[in-house]
Design a protein around this ligand. Structure first.
Ligand code: GLY
Length: 339
């Protein structure tokens, strides 16, 4: 088992990565907890043993279940069962479950302990680590939430073998991102070590900037255009696939700003292709629409804030000319797609 500390000043915790990590649950649930509310979805199909009295609460499947209504329902059920502030919530699932159950834990009785048992690649290397919890509103994604650090995170790599191939590939879009955040040749490592290396990078970044007042934004590398593609509608790409396209766009933008050279762009293309991820835009997306959507992103404080590679590594960059953005978008279009 690989143990990675998340060295937060107030709430340090450990992430355990490896085959069978879920079996460590009883050991990592806080001693004070007499009861454990296990939150999961019917499709997850992973049973856990928290080593004390527990009850399973299922939330519905799909992104639409990541809602205030689900949080209210979970909190009501916790209350009816008699869960107290010294007890614990265990979230078993991917990002939808860890975000929603994590937020329910953050607000129930003004905060109860939560442990994440992350069952997807995307969850293990991103959503379950770092304490971002929250739900969607009809007005947009992740608009209500809280920073609520878990007591521990279990990344059971054995479970990744059972993921649908497309779900796994989507997680690899986030994995590709970490190559450029100091991860290097991650694709050469065995899976558990890939996950552990990504967790270690995220842990270090989160420990330095828990509330995203600065450097934590580098974890959004590839996401500025990635989110715009996702918001633009159903273009058939999953989150990690859209991030992969966003990584190539970020490289094409950085090279036009003189921040990186052509070789580094080629490295981005190599990594994305190594994970069999798309490196060009889906058909039919207008440049003007993508630029407008990037400007609407909730992280766009002062014009569009890009996260770009450069001589000092990946960092936030503002004040980029619209023509340069448009040229970088054009560079990631496949042949014949010029809407
Ligand atoms: N998913 C980006 C972050 O946790 O900051």
């Amino acid at each position: 088992m690989i143990v990675i500390p998340v060295p937060l000043a107030q709430n340090p915790y450990e992430v355990l990565v490896g085959d069978g990590a879920r079996h460590e649950l009883a050991r990592v649930v806080p001693q004070s907890a007499k009861r454990v509310a296990v939150v999961t979805q019917s499709g997850i199909g992973v049973t856990v043993d928290p080593g004390r009295e527990h009850r399973v609460f299922e939330m519905p499947d799909g992104e639409s279940s990541k809602s205030m209504a689900t949080v209210e329902s979970l909190c009501s059920q916790f209350s009816q069962w008699g869960l107290t502030r010294s007890d614990c919530v265990v979230a078993v699932g991917g990002g939808i479950v860890t975000d929603t159950a994590g937020f329910a834990a953050a607000v129930y009785h003004r905060g109860v302990a939560v442990v994440h048992v992350s069952t997807t690649l995307l969850g293990q290397i991103d959503a379950a680590i770092g304490g971002k919890t929250g739900v969607n509103l009809p007005e947009g994604k992740n608009l209500v939430g809280a920073f609520w650090q878990p007591s521990a995170v279990l990344c059971d790599t054995e479970l990744l073998a059972t993921l649908p191939p497309r779900e796994f590939r989507s997680g690899q879009g986030e994995l590709a991102k970490y190559h450029f955040l100091g991860g290097g040749e991650l694709d050469a490592l065995p899976l558990a070590q890939q996950v552990a290396a990504c967790v270690a990078i995220k842990a270090e970044v989160v420990a330095g900037d828990e509330r995203e007042s600065g450097r934590r934004a580098i974890l959004n590398y590839g996401h500025t255009l990635g989110h715009a593609i996702e918001i633009a509608g159903d273009h058939g790409l999953r989150h990690g696939e859209a991030v992969a396209v966003g990584l190539i766009f970020a490289a094409e933008l950085a090279v036009r700003l003189g921040r990186i050279d052509a070789q580094r762009v080629a490295e981005h293309r190599r990594v994305v292709a190594a994970y069999d991820l798309p490196g060009s835009l889906p058909q039919g997306l207008a440049t003007s629409e993508l630029i407008e959507l990037m400007g609407r992103d909730k992280k766009a404080l002062d014009g569009i804030t890009f996260v770009l590679d450069g001589p000092d590594g990946v960092e936030s960059v503002t004040g980029v000319d619209t023509e340069v953005i448009a040229a970088a978008i054009d560079a990631i279009r496949s042949q014949g797609d010029r809407p």
